[in-house]
Every structure is written in C-alpha cells, then in structure tokens.
Design a binder for this molecule. Structure first.
Ligand code: AMP
Ligand code: MG
Length: 409
C-alpha cells in the first residue's frame, strides 16, 4: 500500500496548472497572475502635493521669516493654470498637481495666512519636502508585476492604478462535491432509523473555498449505479471531482466502478493512513481542450474526508491554481503528556498546540492530542488546530517526545 508521501507525489505528478484566462480584476483576488503587467503611465502622473499647504520655491523662504504672495488655489483633480511667479506660492490640496517651478510644499499648519500673503516663520523648508515628483514611483512602461505573482489585496490595488480592468490569471479550480450514501439526509431533516445527516458536503465545500477554489455541492446521491453514474458524469466536467463515500470494500461501495465505467483512469486506491485508508485517486477523460478532472474518492467518515482533503486534495488544488502544491508543511512538537498509539498505519490524531508559558525550552511547540473516538467523531476535531502524526506501530509515547504536527489552516 502507498505511503502518504508516495500518494502525495502521485497526486502532484498528475496535476497541472489550468490554462490562463482573462477575467475582470474583481474576480482575480488570490489568483496567480499569468502575464507581466507594465505601468501605463508615470506614477504619479504629475508632480503631486502630499499635504494641504503652500506650493513654493524653498529658496524663496530660506532663512525663515519670509512672506510670499499667494497666487492661485489648486484642488485635487484640478490643474494649475500657470507656473509660480517670483516670490509666489500657490495654495494646494493633498493630491493636487503643483504649479511648475514648485520644489516644496509647506504644510498648511506650519504657515500663517495674512490676507493675500503667506508668512513663513521659523519652519524650515527643504527642496523636495511634501512633494512626490512625477514618475517617482515608476515610469510608463516599467514592469509592476510579473507572471506568477499571487494577487493579494495591495497587488489588486496596484493593477487598478495602472488601468488593468482585466487580468490574465490562472483561474480558480472548480470543484464538484458529490456526497453519496443511502443513509444520508440533508442538514435540515431529522434522520430516520439508520440515517445520519450529510455533514461532509458543507465541510468539503468550505475546505475547497478556503483553498482558493470554487465549489459546487451536488444533491445526495443514492448508492445505486445509474444515479451514481449520472452524477459522476456531471462531476467529471469540473476541474476537480470530490466524491464522498462509497469507495471502500462494502457491498454498496460503487464509486470506483462507476468512475472507471465513465473512463476515469485510476492512479491509486488505498493509502497507508488512519483515518482515510480507502482513498481513490484518478484522472477523468479529457474535456475538450481542458485536461480531465482530478478525481478524489474520499472515504465517507467525516474525519477521513477531512484528512484526505488536507493531505491530497489541497496540494492538487494549489497546482491547478498555478502554485507549487507543496505538501502541507508539518512541524515538530513535543507531546504534552503520554500517549498510547496502536495500529499498523500512521495515525493523524486531532490535536492542539499549547501555549508555553514559563518554559525555558521555547524552541519546541507543545502538542496535546485531544479526546477523540475515531474517524466518525467530528466533535473531537472541532477544537483541533491540526493533527499529531503517530508513526505505525504499537507504542507508548512519553511526555516530551517529539512528534510531527500537521496544521489545519
Ligand atoms: P462510506 O465511505 O460510504 O463507506 O461511509 C463511511 C461512513 O461515513 C459511514 O458511516 C457513512 O454513513 C459516513 N458518511 C458517508 N458520507 C457521509 C457524509 N456526507 N456525511 C457524514 N457521514 C458520512
Ligand atoms: Mg457509503
């Protein structure tokens, strides 16, 4: 059976970035830019006042105690009608272009206005003060962002400032979430005998969205070949298909067969991990110009689904979206107390990190495994910040021993 690392490797090898598309800037938040963007004009496009005050020549007020005649007033959005005359100032507002000849702006608060004159007392005025010269940020034609940049909020603002109303980006992967199971009812329903609520679909949708994808949740599919096949067919039109449940060895675990009947190529089925062993991964038939859907059949137990998503789906989504898809990084942490692990598979046990008040041994975070009864227990995960990873084998881990910790984002 594949190890977690081998399985992640296969997922990464089968994942490619999606083809770039052009979208309105407002839809590109968090996406990877797929083009170089250059400034369309000098920034700022004119010599700009950075404060409300008086545009002047610093030499005219050298030594202090000088009076200048106040000529025109320039508000933000206006343009000066003429250059500064000799021993003249202009009243300018923040963001306004200053008259030519200006080399400094004296803050309004540091000047005294007397009728048509401004009195500059002891305030020292240096050339360049409170003035942002044209092109000081960048020149027309200068690159401002390169392909590969993640579009963070400041970068979106930057693109807006150079007039990019649309950007060429790697699109968000579109994820289909397909819950399966005869026993499932929707959240608002009261489960009848033998039934449980569909708790996974909303969790998987949220995980996909948190990973930067868009997600569409399908209605619950019954464990019945025809119903399953029609949903799987629709799901294979997405970039990523996450089918939940029906991938183990039970009588009604019909998902792998349905996928293969519809032309999906299996890459692996089962990973040496607890919870989440019967995970199925494959690639759907290609969709015209687009590559086939990456298909994850996640076992239905809620925590199996969660672990499977974090370990395997998340790196795939990152790669499709133009990132590196590095496995989620684990950190080393000291165990807060003794912990007995049993099992022949590495176990991802819900855990939280403790504050280390008063300890000198501050280099290591301290990890506390939480009470948890297994893969069906979401309550035990509700307060988890991630998973402590215990290697395969029966063994008692002592307080202070070092284990790996997989953070949940
Ligand atoms: P399966 O992988 O279909 O064999 O399901 C394993 C366990 O997970 C069963 O106890 C199912 O009832 C449960 N399960 C499957 N799908 C869901 C879901 N969407 N929400 C909550 N539990 C589920
Ligand atoms: Mg099932």
């Amino acid at each position: 059976m594949l190890t977690v690392d081998e399985a992640i490797d296969l997922v990464r090898r089968e994942s490619r970035r999606l083809p770039a598309v052009s979208v309105p800037l407002a839809e590109s938040r968090g996406c990877i830019l797929a083009e170089k963007v250059v400034a369309d004009a000098d920034q700022p496009p004119f010599d700009k006042a950075l404060v409300d005050g008086y545009a002047l020549r610093a030499a005219d007020v050298e030594g202090g105690n000088k009076r200048l005649r106040v000529g025109e007033t320039v508000l933000a959005g206006q343009v000066p009608t003429r250059a500064l005359g000799p021993r003249e100032a202009a009243l300018v507002m923040t963001g306004a272009p200053v008259p030519s000849g200006t080399d400094a702006v004296l803050m309004h608060e540091h000047a005294e206005r007397l009728d048509g004159e401004v009195h500059v007392g002891t305030a020292s005025v240096q050339a360049g003060q409170n003035l942002l010269p044209q092109g000081r940020v960048c020149r027309a034609g200068d690159p401002v962002l390169f392909a590969g940049a993640c579009l963070t909020p400041p970068r979106l603002g930057l693109l807006a400032s150079v007039g990019k109303s649309h950007a060429r980006i790697i699109p968000r992967p579109r994820v289909a979430v397909v819950p399966t199971g005869d026993e499932l009812v929707e959240i608002g329903q009261t489960p009848g005998p033998g039934q449980i609520r569909n708790s996974n679909a909303i969790m998987l949708e949220a995980l996909a969205i948190s990973a930067g994808a868009s997600a569409q949740v399908f209605p619950i599919v019954r464990d019945e070949p025809a119903a399953l096949e029609s949903c799987v067919r629709a799901g294979l039109e997405f970039d990523v298909l996450v089918i939940n449940g029906g991938v183990s060895a039970g009588q009604r675990d019909l998902v792998p067969a349905a996928l293969e009947r519809l032309g999906a190529r299996p890459v692996f089925h089962k990973v040496r991990v607890k919870p989440g062993k019967p995970l199925w991964f494959g690639v759907g038939p290609s969709r015209g110009d687009l590559p086939g859907a990456r298909v994850f059949g996640l076992p239905g137990n809620p925590v199996s689904s969660l672990v499977g998503f974090v370990l395997f789906v998340q790196p795939c989504l990152q790669i499709l979206a133009g990132g590196e898809g590095q496995p989620t990084e684990t950190l080393e942490a000291r165990l807060a107390g003794t912990f007995t692990h049993r099992g022949d598979r590495p176990t991802y046990h819900p855990a939280r990190l403790l504050k280390r008040e008063g300890t000198t041994d501050s280099a290591w975070p301290v990890v506390e495994p939480l009470n948890w009864v297994g893969s069906a227990d979401l309550l035990g995960v509700a307060d988890a910040e991630g998973f402590a990873v215990f290697p395969a084998g029966d063994r008692v881990f002592q307080a202070g021993e070092i284990v790996r910790f997989l953070p949940l984002r």
